[in-house]
Ligand binder design. Structure first.
Ligand code: AMP
Ligand code: GLY
Length: 426
C-alpha cells in the first residue's frame, strides 16, 4: 500500500521510518517532509493545511492511507474533508475528525469534557471578554502560581503561569481584551496549579478499542535543570521510571477508559493517536491537557520501542478491529536528544552544513529542521530543532550515554543540546 504522512518534524521522520519498514508498504510519501523523510520516502512540497493540494496528491499518487502528524490540519478538519469527499471518502485517515480534535483545539471543551466524565484534572473556570471582572475575582480566590490558558491553538505559547496576582490579572486582560493570541484567546481557562512531575501517555484507538503505547517524558525548557524559555522539546525518554504498573493502572482506569467511553457517549468517534499530557501529584495522575496526535519529541523515543508492524496496527484503527491486532513493545529504554540551532527558541540562523553523520553508531537519527542542498549534495539546518538522536539501552543511563556519545560526533555551527536529560528520574 501507499501511505501519505503529513508533517515535517522529527515525529514525522520517526513515523515514516517505522511505516517504511512494513512489508505491507509499497511507498511512503511525506508532505512536506524533511531531509530525513526523503531517505525513506518521497517528499511532496505541499503545506499540511492545503487540503485541495493534498487531495490532488492523493489521487495522483494513488494513496491508500493518510497519517496526520501535527494538530492544525486535524483541528481544521482534514479528516472531515476526506470523509465528505466523493473520491477521498474511502481512504482511511489516521487522526480524529474536527469534533474529536476539539480535545486539543479548545481547552474549554477539554475541561468541560473532563468534568462531565469525572476525569481527574485541575479545578478551573472559563472567562470571555464580557466576564473579565469575574475572571479577576476568580484569580483572587486562587493561590499562586496562577495558570492562564488561551482556549484555542496558539502554537504552544498559549499557557502562561505567573507568580504574581496583579501580573495574572494583567495577563487575563491582555488575552481577552487585547486578543494577545487572536481568536485563540477569545476564551481563557484559569486553573488551579498542580505540583508534580509530568509525563506523556499515548493511546492508539479505533474509537472502540485501544492500545496503550509506551509512555514518555519530554524536556521542554531550553536550559538545564528545566530552566529558561519553553521550546518545542529538547529531548525525550521512554519508559518513565515512576510510571510503574500501579501508577499506569490508575492512568488507564481513571483517565484513558473514561476518556474513550466519554467520547463514545458523546457520539464522537475517535480514530488515531490520543496523547494525554499528565502530571503525577503524589502518585495520583491528573490530566494537564489532551492532544489529538503523537508528541514531538516523544515520538522519537516512543515509536522506536514499538516492535510490531505499525501499518498493521493502523489498519486496525481504520477497520475498527484494533482489538484483533497484537502489539509488542521493546523493553529497552530509548533516549532521544534534540540538537537545536544556537538562539532557539528565539532568533537563530539556518543554512549551516551538518557534518559527521557518517560516524554514528548504535543510534537512529531523526531529522526535523534539516533540508537537502541538492546542488552541493549536503544536508543543511533549516529550523530551530534540527534533529533528534535516539539510542536504546538496558538502563536509562545506558541509553542516554549512547545517545550523547553520538551527539558529540555530529557537527554544525551553533549546535546546542541539553546535557541533562533524565536528570529528574535518576
Ligand atoms: P500545555 O500547553 O497545556 O501543555 O501547558 C504547558 C505547560 O504548562 C505544561 O506542560 C505544564 O508544565 C504547565 N501547566 C499547564 N497546566 C498546569 C497546571 N494546572 N498546573 C501546573 N502546571 C501546568
Ligand atoms: N512534546 C509535547 C507536544 O508534542 O505537544
Amino acid at each position: 500500500m501507499k501511505i501519505l504522512i503529513l508533517g515535517s518534524g522529527g515525529r514525522e521522520h520517526a513515523l515514516s521510518w517505522k511505516l517504511a519498514q512494513s512489508p505491507k508498504v509499497e511507498h511512503i510519501f511525506i508532505a512536506p517532509g524533511n531531509a530525513g523523510t526523503a531517505m525513506v520516502g518521497t517528499n511532496l512540497p505541499i503545506d499540511v493545511n492545503d487540503f485541495e493540494s493534498i487531495k490532488m496528491a492523493v489521487i495522483e499518487k494513488e494513496i491508500d492511507m493518510l497519517v496526520v502528524g501535527p494538530e492544525v490540519p486535524l483541528v481544521e478538519g482534514i479528516h472531515d474533508f476526506f470523509a465528505g469527499d466523493r473520491i477521498l471518502s474511502s481512504i482511511p485517515v489516521i487522526g480524529p475528525k474536527k469534533n474529536a480534535a476539539q480535545l486539543e483545539g479548545s481547552k474549554d471543551f477539554a475541561k468541560a469534557f473532563m468534568m462531565k466524565y469525572q476525569i481527574p484534572t485541575a479545578a478551573y473556570a472559563t472567562f470571555t471578554k464580557d466576564t473579565i471582572e469575574e475572571g479577576k475575582a476568580f484569580l483572587e480566590t486562587l493561590k499562586a502560581p496562577y495558570v492562564l490558558k488561551a482556549d484555542g491553538l496558539a502554537a504552544g505559547k498559549g499557557v502562561v503561569i505567573l507568580d504574581n496576582l496583579d501580573a495574572a490579572k494583567e495577563e487575563l486582560n491582555s488575552m481577552l481584551a487585547e486578543a494577545k493570541f487572536g481568536e485563540a484567546s477569545s476564551k481563557v481557562v484559569i486553573e488551579e496549579f498542580l505540583k508534580g512531575i509530568e509525563l506523556s501517555v499515548f493511546v492508539l484507538t479505533d474509537g472502540k478499542h485501544y492500545k496503550m503505547l509506551p509512555e514518555a517524558k519530554d524536556y521542554k525548557r531550553i536550559g538545564e535543570g528545566d530552566t529558561g524559555p519553553n521550546t518545542g522539546g529538547m529531548g525525550s525518554i521512554s519508559p518513565v521510571t515512576f510510571a510503574n504498573p500501579t501508577f499506569m493502572q490508575k492512568v488507564e482506569n481513571r483517565i484513558v477508559k473514561p476518556t474513550l467511553e466519554g467520547l463514545q457517549k458523546e457520539g464522537i468517534p475517535y480514530q488515531g493517536f490520543l496523547f494525554f499530557g499528565l502530571i503525577n501529584v503524589n502518585g495520583e495522575p491528573y490530566v494537564i491537557e489532551y492532544n489529538c496526535r503523537l508528541g514531538d519529541p516523544e515520538a522519537e523515543s516512543v515509536i522506536p520501542r514499538i516492535k510490531s508492524d505499525l501499518v498493521n496496527l493502523l489498519e486496525g484503527v481504520a477497520e475498527g478491529n484494533l482489538d484483533e491486532k497484537k502489539m509488542e513493545i521493546d523493553d529497552r529504554y530509548a533516549a532521544s536528544v534534540v540538537l537545536v540551532s544556537e538562539g532557539y527558541p528565539g532568533k537563530y540562523e539556518t543554512g549551516k552544513e551538518i557534518k559527521g553523520i557518517g560516524n554514528l553508531n548504535n543510534c537512529i537519527l531523526f531529522y526535523a529542521g534539516a533540508g537537502n542542498d541538492i546542488e552541493k549534495n549536503v544536508i543543511k539546518t533549516s529550523g530551530g530543532r534540527v534533529m533528534a538522536v535516539t539510542s536504546y539501552g538496558n538502563t536509562l543511563n545506558e541509553a542516554l550515554k549512547s545517545a550523547y556519545a553520538n551527539v558529540e560526533n555530529i557537527e554544525f555551527q551553533g549546535k546546542y543540546f541539553r546535557k541533562d536529560l533524565g536528570f529528574d528520574l535518576k
